[in-house]
Design a binder for this molecule. Sequence first.
Ligand code: ZN
Length: 365
Amino acid sequence: MQIRNETSNNEAGIIFTGCSVAAAMQPQQQQQAQAQAQTASRRREVMVSGRRVKTIDVHAHCVVPKAMALMGRSPGGNESRGPGISEVGMRRIGEMDEQGIDVEAISINPFWYKAERDLVEEVIKVNNETLTEWCAAHPDRFLGFASVALQFPDLAVQQLEHAIRKLHMCGVAVGASVAGYEFSDSKFHPFWAKCEELGILIFIHPQSTPDLAPRLKGNGWLANTIGNPLDTTIALSHLIFEGTLDRFPGLKICSAHGGGFLPSYAPRSDNCLRVAPDMDTGVKLKKKPTEYLRQMYYDTLVFTSEALRHLAAEVGVNQLVIGTDHPIPWEDKSVDHILNAPGFTDDERRAMLGETAAKLLGIKL
Ligand SMILES: [Zn+2]
């Protein structure tokens, strides 16, 4: 007997429950099959003008407890902020189904940039192998971004090559700076060259701005509220102004949180050296600073229709992809945010919901 769940697509909705199959199942397998059937029944299928769209989230988190333990850390704070962050399985799929998210490209925020070489080699190995294994159990729902030890760029190059070519991970996740060094520092050039050669997506996720910690104390969680978007803004500004994006024009960079504050106030970057030519260090850019914004990608985690409209106006609608921050509960209406924002065409909505991310991550539609 074959049951096709009415609310599900071909990919995930067919469950075999023939008597002989059921009889052969162990209780645990039966439980899992039931859980899958229940989950499938709640799955929200996103349509645009009557056409099913595969929705892809590029900004979803997890942690690997075993890798954290190597550095004497536990998932504690991550778990309390994002329940289920240590799991990549049915719980996560159930939540994605409710939100209408078909695929998550999962990343692990770097906490290892100050670790010694031997230790960080092990941390990255555990992260990448574990995330790959977790994703492989549900290949139609999860992809994993590679972790790399960017404080040792030569090692990061090797780790990246292994993660992409052998583990088939979907791209690489990085912070917004590396133990006090900006991404534009020449020591990272070999790493950007490798990313460009592999043609992979680089997902930048900020880590607050530690230098400003004393000013970000107090009410409002300013270390995140302001610190995170500012961290991304600084990272992208250096990549632009130091000529890194001219040197590596093929880089595919996607930033969390709509690129932080940079797209909100982009034209200031075009006017700074006109006002203060004495601050020009001699880097000759090939384009106006704001033009570089249009060759990068950004998630849509900006909360309001007006913010999304402005982001699209500054960077181009085809540069936008869904970011939920799941399971950290910043936004559980990412799909509606895109479907309901006025002023976009159906093609543009489909691009933001999944088509652009599919191209960047090599997902078949
Ligand atoms: Zn995040």
